[in-house]
Design a protein around this ligand. Structure first.
Ligand code: FMN
Length: 215
């Protein structure tokens, strides 16, 4: 018997999103929603987890979950391996999209824009703040490459531990931050009977323009 999904649906009734509630600057609204997601999800979820979509040199999209590690007027920051599949995609095509879904709040945020590598000093500072095991993992794991088996990965970790047994673990050149500079943000609030609220902000001549989209 195949798993039946067709009848799974919820009514969304928690909240609405009116123009009057929405500030001129979408970053202000993102901050409000992120704070509410972080403080209210029960059981706690990783409110800063998001799906990042990139497009490779052949025009094919790829999507994976990452953690957002910061945001401000300059953009949205995440970290990873520059030689990974996503790193190669971003080198070929800097345009990316991220999506946050906070089910407990019946909210989604979509963000789109070009991505650039974070300033080296900021990547260094974040790397130094990570636990030792994560720092060693960045050296050990050739992210997105094929491994013969689990033992191969564990052997790479042993090598990294030995290499840095007597010295601090510096940030590898192939690991660091990215910053997505937003040109579009869309805020989606689920409403009853699928008449959801969607407020869309687009950057035009360095100013945010807002419009309501049909659900
Ligand atoms: C909750 C969660 C958080 C993750 N956070 C990160 C992250 O911050 N950076 C990262 O490189 N991968 C992260 N990953 C792993 C990615 O989803 C992905 O497997 C990895 O980045 C390799 O993707 P790629 O081969 O497309 O480059 C996370 C996965 C999950 C499920």
């Amino acid at each position: 018997m195949p798993l039946s999904l067709a009848n799974m649906r919820r009514q969304y009734t928690l909240d609405g999103l009116t123009e009057a509630q929405a500030p001129d600057n979408p970053l202000t609204l993102f901050e409000r929603w992120m704070q509410q997601a972080r403080d209210s999800e029960s059981p706690p979820i990783e409110a800063n987890s998001m799906h990042l979509a990139t497009v490779d040199a052949a025009g094919r999209p790829h999507c994976r979950v990452l953690l957002l590690k910061g945001f401000d007027q300059d953009g949205f920051v995440f970290f990873g391996n520059y030689d990974s599949a996503k790193g190669l995609d971003l080198a070929a095509n800097p345009w990316a999209a991220m999506t946050f879904f906070w089910p407990g709040l019946e909210r989604q945020v979509r963000i789109e824009g070009p991505v650039h590598r974070l300033d080296r000093a900021l990547s260094d500072a974040y790397f130094e703040s990570r636990p030792l095991a994560s720092r060693l993992g960045a050296w050990a794991s050739p992210q997105s490459r094929a491994l013969t088996d689990r033992a191969a990965l564990e052997a790479l970790l042993v090598q990294a531990r030995q290499r840095f047994a007597e010295q601090p673990v510096p940030r590898p050149e192939h690991w660091g931050g990215y910053c997505l500079r937003p040109e579009r943000l869309e805020f989606w609030q689920g409403r009853a009977d699928r008449l959801h609220d969607r407020l869309d902000y687009r950057l035009h001549d360095a100013a945010w323009q807002r419009s309501r989209l049909a659900p």
